[in-house]
Structures are given as structure tokens and as C-alpha cells.
Write a protein that binds this ligand. Sequence first.
Ligand code: GCU
Length: 343
Amino acid sequence: MKKGGYMWVFGFMAVSAVLLGSCSGKKEGQEADYGAPDFVLTYAENQAEDYPTTQGAYKFAELVREKTGGKIEIQVNAGGLLGDEKTVIEQLQFGGVDFARVSLSPLAEFVPKLNVLQLPYLYNGREHMWNVLEGPIGDDFMNSFGDSDLVALSWYDAGARSFYSSTEPIVSLEDMTGRNIRVQESELMMDTIEALGATPVPMAFGDVYSALQTGEIDGAENNWPSYESTRHYEVAKYFTKDEHTRVPELQLIAQLTWDKLPPEYQVVIRDCAQESALYERQLWEEREKISEEKVRKAGCLVTELPSREMAKFKEAVAPMYEKYCWEYVDIIEAIQKAGQEMK
Ligand code: GCU
């Protein structure tokens, strides 16, 4: 064989070896054989496998495994396998579940001060919300869990929520009258819907598709990725981009589990939760666009709320500030001030 021919054969063998190597195992980082873990912990997530928050959970589990040399293994259970959010929060309280990522709406039923951060029309956009959550106000909320038996680890993004309907588009406040709108299991959200003239129907996330399909409800509200990932757009194609609220989410650990971990592992858990949160936020921004495009292509009809109607929506829900958060007027003012400074 000529010299060039040998070179070709060696080149081919080298490339094949690399390819075989990379195809034979799992992803990098999952390769290391650490031996038996000291802690095997459960993580509850109610979204689908490919959803940004679930991917954030896997990133978190992977980082914790690496940084504890395999001493902590976190088993992520996606798709609501460990129950709906309310049940999962209850399980966290007695250590039946170790970790979870939950929406602030149901969580505020357990830690009422959190209602502040999900008041309707509180933020003027994503940047404003992140500015608040990542600053002293956000830290203060993280440390406000008192005797809830829950420990907050990091904020996750969940965008803005808007209404969607199966019957007719919502283009004015009057269009809300008489509708049955599904809400999260949250007093504040129920009252908000009532203030808008509709009938709130509290229901677990996993039950919404069939409730829309059977007509038990004729509308719901959520962010783009949830609307798309749950395929609600198939049964409720009128989407009104009103962005009435931003409901951030939290990664939590059960206090009972937290107390069992040595301090050095607690530090690792906090750091990894934060690192996974940054990852989730990046995925979130990408997914929001992809989801919006996908549902529009699928025939979903998107309406913007005219500004005079938006003003009516805001006025109708304004009493929620006083009713739910009268004790925290100073915090609300600080949040609003931060928003004005950003404009
Ligand atoms: C969002 C959130 C979920 C929540 C859902 C809901 O999708 O990420 O955690 O369950 O809203 O409307 O219930």
C-alpha cells in the first residue's frame, strides 16, 4: 500500500475509535463511576421531560452528583409522577419528597408572603422581575420560609401568563363575563379571576386539557411553553396576549432532608441550584419563542389586548394588592420603584 493509503487507513481507524467511544456510553459527566451514593434523593417536577424546568432539574442533579463525587444522587421524576403541585408541597413538608420545582401560586398558600411576587401587573417585564428576584428583595423572600418546613434554593423562570379560550377570543373585559376559567390552586388567582368578572375553577395542571375538551371550563391562563407543551392550544385556540401576571417558580428542598445533609453538601446544593437556574433561564427564553411560533403555525389565533381594555383589567384587579398584601406595602413600593427606574 502506498504511504498515502496507510495514512488514510490510520485516519479512518482513529475517527472510528472516537465515534465508537462517544456512542458507547451516556453523555459526558454521567460516565464517572463513583460507587454507591450516601444519599439517594427524589425530585418532583410536573412538566414534561423536554421542558426547560425539567432540563434544569437534570442539570441540577448532574452538577450535584459531580460535585459530591457521586455521594448524592438525585432522581428526577418529571411529568407529575409524584403528584400535583399541592400534593408535592405537602409531601416536601414531611420529607416524603426531597426536592421539587413548583410555581409560586400554589406555594403561596403555604407561605402567604409570596403572593407579593405574583400580584397581577406587578412587573413591567422580564428584566424588572429578574432585577427584583436577584436583588435583596428576592433574597429576603428566599429567607422568609419560617416554619413552613421548606427551604428555598433558587428562582426559575416561567415567563408571563395570558388567557386563552376554547369558545371565542377575549378582546375586552366584558368578554370575561360568565366564563369558567381554570386557575391554579391559589386564593389570589381565584379572586383575580372573579374580579375580572369570570368564574374561577381551581384545578390541578394535569386536568386542564380534558376539562377544556369536555367544556367543563372554557378557558385557562398560562405561559407560551405550557400552552404549547400541554397541547392546550389544540382545544383552546384563542390566545390573548395580555400578560396579566408573571409567576416565578422556585426549586425547594424539604427542611427534613436539608437538616440531614452535612454543611459542605448544603453549600454544594445551593450552588448547583443556582447554576441550574441560570441554565433554565437560558432554555426558557429559547423555548418561549419556539412555543409561540409552533402554536401560531398550528392555527392558534393570537390577539393583543387593546390598551384601553388593558387599563380596565388593571383597574379591576387592583384591590388584590390591598386584600392580599396590605402588610407588605413597602416591599411593593420598592418593587414598583425599581421598575420605574428601569424604564
Ligand atoms: C406553569 C408552571 C407549573 C404549573 C402550571 C399551572 O406551567 O410551570 O408548575 O403547574 O403553570 O398552571 O398549574
